[in-house]
Design a protein around this ligand. Structure first.
Ligand code: AMP
Ligand code: MG
Length: 431
């Protein structure tokens, strides 16, 4: 746990937020609240670079070496002195040797001479320019470079132009992308310090929820939330503890929450947090932790429970998501995802929003944020356009499958006319 961040109670966080109203919370209030609630995981691990993809860097990495380590040639050609190039006439130079990649060429070069050089070979001492081989005419041991095609310094890579020894290469909180892993490899670093991956326990609640493999029965639906949540948690790079479907009985719920809280850094549940819900889920959350029940000014996904569940000397974050399958995915994308990124120690850049022209009129009430499933494409003019995926019911998962983004209609926004620009949060493989 990070000692620099005090662990605040929900009441203390609520007092810090202006206009906090748990019964009508804007989406931006939810994010501001969660940013104060979440304590990043603070245990480090050393992992082999080959296993580090997607992990979060725990330390600043300072380059131990320069990359490239020497000035070297960017082309196959002839290395020369830039001062030997006259401005207005062709240059003739005598070739006195060949520099190959992998070993320094040891000879010396006089004025009027050059060295044949391969891409990546160290620039011979005193030479600063490379004439690409396709530019020159060769006659016996002399090359002729036409006037005006080459300037001093051309086609030479400078030592440290990518990474300079002693300078920062990557900062703590960076997610190790393929490019970042390659960069660490270029520095010769076989291992890397990363934050431990958060463990996220998940279970579905509700007596009407069937696990896969159970026979269908009247009034019951198969548990889809466990599969969407598992996929979204794994796409972020957290570890998932799958706790199945939990019956709507006090003993079963208490056992599930307690065992989740001892194992996990965060617990995600779905179902049982709606207003007027005749079940035990909310009561058990209240009994076992410091939990707030919110009505968020959004659609879909209005009810949500947030807080901490205590067990022995540990506590785990709690995200009690609504039951409706689309609401689960939308509340995850809007709130849980940024909160888990913070838990991971990931200084995640904000998700870029796309602007696309709506192909249809959308009804929208100011005073709540709406997330509609959209398909983004291009029109004949090459502009980005977005259309909604038919039935926008909060239980209609097929609309999420067809969509490639969520149209985000902001809190204050009213109706959208055909051709209006709207914000779209693209899925990018994570939903
Ligand atoms: P609730 O929030 O518990 O009132 O649930 C709202 C709706 O979501 C109900 O129609 C539930 O049957 C449905 N639902 C709840 N949990 C799941 C789940 N794990 N998988 C699929 N549907 C669910
Ligand atoms: Mg229910």
């Amino acid at each position: 746990m990070n000692p620099s961040l005090p662990q605040l109670s929900l009441n203390e966080i609520a007092e810090r937020l202006q206009g906090y109203d748990p019964q009508a919370l804007s989406a931006s209030h939810v994010n501001a609240f969660l940013a104060q609630l979440v304590q990043p995981v603070r245990e480090q691990e050393t992992v082999a670079l080959m296993q580090a993809h997607g992990r979060i860097l725990a330390v600043d990495v300072i380059s131990p070496i320069s990359v490239p380590p020497h000035d070297n040639s960017a082309m196959d050609g002839y290395a020369l002195r830039g001062v030997d190039l006259p401005a207005a006439q062709a240059t003739a130079l005598k070739v006195v040797g060949t520099a190959f990649a992998g070993a320094a060429w040891q000879g010396t070069v006089q004025s009027g001479e050059c060295v044949r050089i391969m891409t990546g070979a160290i620039m011979p001492h005193g030479l600063d320019t490379v004439a690409p081989q396709e530019l020159v005419q060769i006659k016996d041991d002399t090359i002729l470079i036409p006037a005006g095609l080459l300037q001093a310094g051309d086609n030479r890579r400078l030592a440290g132009e990518d990474l300079m020894a002693g300078r920062p290469a990557l900062s703590a909180g960076t997610r190790l992308s393929p490019a970042a892993c390659g960069l660490l490899a270029s520095l010769g670093l076989p291992t890397v310090q990363v934050w431990r991956r958060p463990k996220v326990a998940y279970f579905s609640t509700g007596d009407e929820i069937l696990s896969l493999g159970e026979a269908p029965r009247e009034g019951a639906v198969y548990d889809s939330n466990r599969y969407t949540v598992a996929g979204m948690v794994q796409a972020l790079g957290c570890e998932l503890i799958d706790m199945g479907v939990v019956r709507d009985e006090p003993e079963a719920l208490e056992h599930a929450f307690r065992s989740a809280a001892v194992q996990a850094d965060a617990i995600i549940t779905s179902g049982g947090v709606s207003v007027g819900e005749a079940d035990y889920t909310k009561a058990m959350m209240k009994k076992l932790g410091d939990v707030a029940f919110w009505r968020i000014a959004m659609r879909p996904g209005r009810p949500m429970a947030v807080g901490r569940i205590q067990q022995a000397d540990r506590s785990a974050l709690l995200f009690g998501l609504p039951g409706n399958p689309v609401a689960v995915m939308v509340t995850f994308a809007a709130f849980v995802r940024p909160a888990l990124q913070q838990l991971m120690g990931w200084q995640a850049p904000e998700l870029p929003m796309l602007k696309a022209k709506s192909t249809e009129a959308l009804r929208k009430k100011p005073g709540r944020t709406e997330y509609q499933r959209g398909i983004v494409g291009h029109n004949a003019a090459g502009e980005l356009v977005v259309s909604i995926t038919g039935n926008q019911g909060s239980g209609v998962l097929s609309s999420m499958v067809q969509a490639n983004g969520l149209i985000v209609l902001g809190h204050a926004q009213g109706n959208v006319a055909v051709g209006d620009w709207v914000d779209v949060m693209m899925f990018d493989g994570h939903l």
